[in-house]
Design a protein around this ligand. Structure first.
Ligand code: SAH
Ligand code: SF4
Length: 396
């Protein structure tokens, strides 16, 4: 571990001081209130009030909850916290993209950990890219996160907290002013879209990701549209239909190659669930239609997967699946073994895809100057022992 990180982590609290109420389901919230002594007949009402404060208004202090008796507020404050995660650093790109390095306290036997969350403002929308794990068990060869060993899964609280922290930092809660100097969309919510495209493989932390997405989409709280929440997976085929059934959010697949031999190399999970099996799982994703399509992501790697023959194979492979195609110019990171395809090649590839009826498929790289673009995220948190990770899963 480097010395600076060691210093930072040494100054962080070793364990969370009080449990947080963030990330609990409504019944779990009611249980917490019951333990705090709230009478049975009031539980539902109090849980609904809390939900509104936590997720609609973004309260971080029980004292603000003026429709609850002072005694109850004090009791809750003694037992629970609503604190946001600690911001270890915040960087803003020349294009307005914003990256937070967030530090979460140790859970159980573990150490404090750090993950990255990225905000990408565009003309008509603001997208928050959140992480689901610290590091990743997978080792996709073009991805910076893939070079970091898996440290641990994030808890539901930690996943939800990334959204709350960003909304607070930008001024996206009712009655809040937009943060001075922030580049944000011209109209609508500052964070209108959430993508699980940060660090980690969301389908390897499914329960926590699902619970967090259900909180984000809950109509009495943050009320993000499920059509504007996208879960991206490298291809955990058996979990795909279940993810759709239990979350109802949109799906993106990191395809990146049209042949198994190449995909085995680029996205090694392909050796377990090859392309045909992955696409079968996609066909079984519930609720697909022309207005509800799966996004297939394809990173453009010079001389590796970017021939026009591969573009033609790509559209052939996806025929019959309601799909969007998203070509991602490769974002380099220190020591990365690939180059991004040339712009002419990307355009020619996109042209083949366009002619097959897929609209505007090239994703503009954002925040490259602060290593905030797709696949550039990585934190310095170190691997935990398996027993430590298991202790946390139990505690989550
Ligand atoms: N683990 C999930 C989600 C995180 S990655 C997944 O793999 O889908 C989000 C997207 O960025 C994925 O499509 C991923 O393949 C892509 N990506 C990773 N590294 C990249 C890089 N260096 N340049 C461009 N895209 C990259
Ligand atoms: Fe993990 Fe996704 Fe990166 Fe692959 S691309 S290493 S699955 S974060």
């Amino acid at each position: 571990m480097n010395a600076a990180l060691e210093d930072r982590l040494a100054s962080a609290p070793l364990v969370a001081e009080k449990p947080s109420l963030i990330g609990l389901s409504r019944p779990a919230l009611a249980d917490a209130l019951r333990e705090a002594g709230v009478p049975e007949a009031q539980l539902r009402m109090r849980a609904a009030q809390l939900w509104h404060w936590l997720y609609f208004r973004g309260a971080t202090d029980f004292a603000a909850m003026t429709n609850m008796a002072k005694g109850l507020r004090e009791l809750l404050a003694q037992r629970f916290t609503l604190a946001r995660p600690e911001v270890a650093s915040e960087q803003v790109s020349v294009d307005g993209t914003r990256k937070w390095l967030l530090r979460f306290p140790a859970r159980g036997a573990g150490r404090p950990v750090e993950v990255e969350t990225v905000y990408i403002p565009e003309e008509g929308r603001g997208t928050l890219c959140i992480s689901s794990q610290v590091g990743c068990t997978l080792t996709c060869t073009f991805c910076h996160t893939g070079t970091q060993r898996m440290v641990r899964n994030l808890t539901t609280e930690e996943i939800v907290s990334q959204i709350l922290l960003a909304r607070e930092g930008l001024g996206d809660f009712p009655a809040a002013a937009v943060a001075p100097g922030a580049i944000v969309p011209g109209e609508g919510r500052l964070i209108s879209n959430v993508v699980l495209m940060g660090m980690g493989e969301p389908l390897y932390n499914f329960d926590n990701v699902r619970d967090a997405m259900l909180i984000a989409a809950d109509g009495d709280g943050m009320a993000l549209s499920k059509r504007r929440i996208t879960l991206s997976t490298s291809g955990v085929a058996p979990m795909i239909p279940r993810a759709g059934a239990e979350t109802g959010v949109m799906l993106a697949i990191s395809l990146h190659a049209v042949r198994d031999d190449l995909r085995d190399e680029l996205v090694p999970i392909n050796r377990k669930w090859p392309i045909a099996e992955l696409l079968d799982a996609c066909r079984a994703y519930p609720g697909l239609s022309n207005s509800r399509r799966i996004t297939f992501e394809y990173v453009m790697l010079k001389g590796v997967n970017d021939s026009l023959a591969e573009a033609r194979d790509l559209v052939r492979l996806l025929s019959g699946i309601p799909a969007k195609i998203n070509l991602i110019p490769f974002n380099p990171w220190p020591g990365s073994p690939y180059e991004c395809s040339g712009w002419e090649r990307i355009e020619a590839f996109a042209e083949v895809v366009n002619r097959a009826g897929y609209a505007s498929p090239i994703r503009t790289p954002r925040g490259r100057d602060i290593l905030a673009a797709c696949g550039q995220l990585k934190s310095a948190s170190e691997r935990m022992r398996k027993s430590e990770r298991e202790a946390i899963s139990g505690a989550a």
